[in-house]
Design a protein around this ligand. Structure first.
Ligand SMILES: *Cc1c(COP(=O)(O)O)cnc(C)c1O
Length: 505
């Protein structure tokens, strides 16, 4: 299987080259040259596998044996999805419990080492990179920016890989992630991890990182592992296949029956998770509508409902910070598959977007987009009300992002109780993080009594250990008075480069 760029068909590279760099050399995103077909027969075979076995089968479809032999893929999956999740492989429920509330299936994707769905993509991608760095005896330095959960997931994976060839520089927006998330990074105590904070919004380090990745390889190989890296959405398709199989089973449906699709509702930021769902659907998994729940940083909602992909002036603070985003980079992959892999058109669109911060889809493309995608925007107030309601009606605690998804589902006509107003009868809501990560937001929503009750009854033991550890102060990238983000981004880029050379080379 070869990989190409969303913007240029003539680019062709191995999986290793794609996953070890991040962006494609033309600034586009890597995608597989062809998508494999997963038919009903295969799905039936998949239905008896453990998560790690399923992951290995699906990864095999996208990575040739010459690049990673079977035995190594299996080891990577075991390390990523059994050892890291401390799951027992015979137990279907331990890695992704599915909770039924009313009509809906809540897919708890937060039982990994850092209590967030990002552990799925990140564990596997980091272990794959670790495999390649050992195979080539070459150093790889990962560089990441986080809106809160990518960072901890990457820190845990890199610390867990404990490979001197694999190091990480991680950045978070100061004051805009929860104290628990910060601690997950600043208490890592790994010689392979360096943590920095910057005085900006969620994606203000994206451009400096993109420039660093584009700069010539000057001795140290840099690799970006935010979800523009093709490894992330590819691995993230696995939990959608798994979700489909388990929900189909629970509802006694024929596996693969195309007349019974599963709609999914996903709290959406950079669109890496929804891109995984879309790839799964394009490969043939009976997934129906892909629904994005977003907060008031609503570019995704604006493009899905009105065709206007316009970067907004500024990032708004919210109680669901992991989905605070101004430009979701995986939209480019959505466009790529929506257009039937039309590189030229995607290139034209993205060139417009990069030049003007605006892209308008005409009505034909908007209709196409809406055939598969829908979305709803949720305010902080609505998110809080939803969290309160789910607690009081179902005695179930959710995190702010899951609450955005549930609230979005209701706005779109998916009813927790009674008959749905839309779509297929089956739908699943992705619970992307554990409430334990979001004390501040959860307390705002359900009050200190609610938080205390959660802490007493449900707070994970592993999470308590993190709170007790001592923090190491991160390096700070400053925004001096009178300067704008655009002014300081070049300095931040230089700082990041200096850290990589002084610490890791
Ligand atoms: C990252 C994140 C999301 C958004 O996922 P994307 O792939 O960026 O769309 C949703 N919820 C939580 C808790 C997250 O950490």
């Amino acid at each position: 299987m070869r990989y190409t760029s969303t913007r240029d068909e003539s680019i062709s590279c191995s999986f290793e080259d794609a996953v070890c760099s991040g962006y494609a050399p033309d600034g586009g995103l890597f995608v597989p040259e062809r998508l494999p077909v997963i038919d009903t027969q295969m799905l039936r075979e998949f239905s008896t596998l453990t998560f790690a076995q399923l992951a290995a089968k699906i990864m095999r479809l996208f990575i040739s044996t010459e690049e990673i032999p079977d035995i190594e893929i299996q080891q990577i999956c075991k390390k990523s999805f059994e050892d890291a999740f401390e799951s027992k492989d015979s137990d279907h429920d331990s890695i992704i419990p599915i909770v039924k509330i009313g009509n809906s299936h809540i897919i708890e994707l937060f039982h990994g080492p850092t209590f967030c769905f990002k552990d799925f993509g990140m564990q596997a991608v980091v272990n794959i990179l670790s495999y390649f760095s050992t195979k080539r005896n070459k150093k790889i330095n990962l560089i990441v920016s986080t809106t809160g959960d990518t960072g901890p997931a990457c820190v845990a994976a890199v610390a867990g890989a404990a490979n001197p060839n694999l190091t990480l520089l991680v950045h978070f927006p100061k004051g805009q992630i929860s104290s628990f998330q910060r601690k997950q990074m600043t208490t890592a105590n790994s010689p392979f991890v360096h943590v920095a904070s910057f005085e900006g919004g969620g994606d203000d380090m994206d451009l400096p990182i993109k420039n660093i990745l584009a700069a010539a390889d000057t001795g140290i190989k840099c690799c970006g592992v935010n979800s523009y890296n093709i490894g992330r959405p590819l691995i993230q398709m696995i939990h959608f296949v798994w979700t489909y199989l388990r929900v189909a089973e629970q509802n006694h449906m024929d596996i693969g029956d195309p007349s019974k699709c599963l709609d999914v509702i996903i709290p959406t930021g950079a669109m890496g998770n929804i891109a995984g769902a879309y790839i799964a659907k394009c490969c043939g998994i009976p997934i129906g509508k892909l629904c994005a729940g977003v907060n008031i940083n609503d570019i995704t909602d604006r493009v899905i409902r009105k065709g206007r992909f316009h970067k907004s002036e500024k990032m708004e603070k919210t109680l669901s910070e992991a989905i605070n985003i101004q430009v979701p980079y995986n939209f480019e992959r959505l466009l790529f598959y929506l257009t039937g892999q039309d590189h030229e058109l995607v290139k034209a669109w993205m060139t417009t977007m990069e030049a003007t911060s605006k892209l308008d889809l005409d009505s034909t493309w908007l209709e196409r987009l809406q055939e598969t995608f829908s979305s709803a925007k949720v305010t902080d107030h609505e998110m809080c009300e939803c969290m309160k309601k789910v607690k009081s009606v179902y005695d179930y605690f959710i995190d702010p992002h899951t609450s955005v998804a549930i609230s979005a589902a209701e706005k779109l006509g998916y009813c927790l109780e009674g008959e749905n107003e839309v779509g297929s009868s089956m739908f699943a809501i992705l619970a992307t993080a554990s409430p334990c990560k979001f004390e501040e937001s959860v307390t705002t929503a359900i009050g200190i009594e609610g938080w205390n009750e959660y802490q007493r009854l449900h707070f994970p033991e592993k999470a308590k250990e993190i709170i007790r550890k001592t923090e190491v102060e991160p390096t700070e990238y400053l925004l001096p008075d009178g300067m704008t983000i655009l002014d300081v981004q070049p300095q931040w880029q230089k700082l990041a480069q200096d850290i990589m050379f002084s610490t890791f080379s």
